[in-house]
Design a protein. Structure first.
Lengths: 80, 223
């Protein structure tokens, strides 16, 4: 089973990397860009099993290690 | 005084830290991250600077699961003194021994330079040899030192005397090298036995090499 985890800085938390990328895009004349924010994607391959159970365990992984919930939020997608 | 310096894969300030504490008369032991015990009569544990586990995922995110860290958390919760410098500060945040989190520096650059600091509170074991308002000159060297804490929690930090140092210019006026909330450079926990800072006092030990202001800081730990 393939699990896709997306991690983003919380809204309101300034993203210095995203800001730098935004400025670079503007410098390249991509003036339509209003904002850029950078996150992380983590892809896990886990043993097949009950979806709810897996989701619960992956949530645990996010809370304990994969995301720092002081500044980050995460989403979990399970792809069969 | 017996000091333990914890060494993780990627730590690179352990020898400087050992030198600094030996200079003020401490007995210093380096302990590898795979150990799960501290020497019985340890007075202070220092988590030194560096790039533990290559800063993978987030700075210090993986170090907090090292066997030695469980022991350090236990030691700290029993009132043992713990000092985290730079990457060590990040470990204390990741392990939730101190509040808040670190973000990438506001200008996205790795900053390595001397930086002035102002003493905000000295009612703690770390800065008790210094006076409130004292200006120090200590090197900083970090890419993720942009201290973040929620607005509603900042006031609490000040009210409970947990903010120890702020970045400033040489006259003590506002200067913020990395974007930290309120220019905060150093905090401690409520019980004042756990302290974390981004500047490197162990790199300011010999006047000949630029500054000896770090000595006054670490001397606070002496009995």
């Amino acid at each position: 089973m393939k699990i896709v985890i997306n991690i983003q800085l919380k809204e309101g938390v300034l993203d210095p990397q995203g800001k730098a990328v935004h400025h670079a895009l503007l410098a390249l004349q991509f003036n339509e860009v209003q904002d850029a924010r950078i996150g992380k994607q983590i892809i896990l391959h886990v043993e097949d099993g009950e979806k709810d159970k897996i989701l619960k365990r992956v949530k645990n992984m996010c809370e304990n290690l994969l995301a720092n919930t002081v500044i980050e939020t995460y989403t979990i997608d399970i792809e069969d | 005084m017996k000091v333990v310096v914890a060494v993780f894969p990627g730590t690179n300030c352990e020898i400087d830290t050992k030198y600094a504490f030996e200079k003020i008369g401490c007995e210093v032991k380096l302990v590898f991250h795979k150990e799960d015990k501290l020497p019985v009569d340890t007075d202070l544990v220092v988590l030194p600077g560096g790039f533990s586990y290559g800063d993978y995922l987030r700075s210090a995110a993986i170090a907090k699961f090292s066997p030695i860290m469980n022991t350090v958390v236990e030691f700290a919760n029993k009132g043992g003194k713990v000092l985290g410098i730079c990457n060590g500060f990040q470990m204390l945040l990741e392990a939730k021994l101190l509040p808040g989190a670190m973000k990438r520096n506001q200008n996205t650059h790795f900053i390595s330079k001397y930086q002035h600091l102002k003493v905000i509170n000295n009612n703690n074991v770390f800065l008790r040899k210094l006076k409130i308002g004292d200006i120090l000159n200590i090197p900083i060297a970090h890419g993720e030192g942009n201290y973040f804490i929620n607005d509603d929690k900042v006031k609490n930090l000040y009210d409970s005397e947990q903010v120890l140092l702020e970045y400033c210019d040489k006259n003590g006026e506002e200067e913020n090298p990395n974007g930290s909330v309120n220019s905060i450079a150093c905090i401690c926990n409520k019980n004042k036995n756990i302290c974390g800072l981004m500047p490197h006092p162990e790199r300011a030990i010999e006047k000949l090499l630029g500054s000896s202001d770090g000595v006054k800081m670490i001397e606070g730990f002496l009995k």
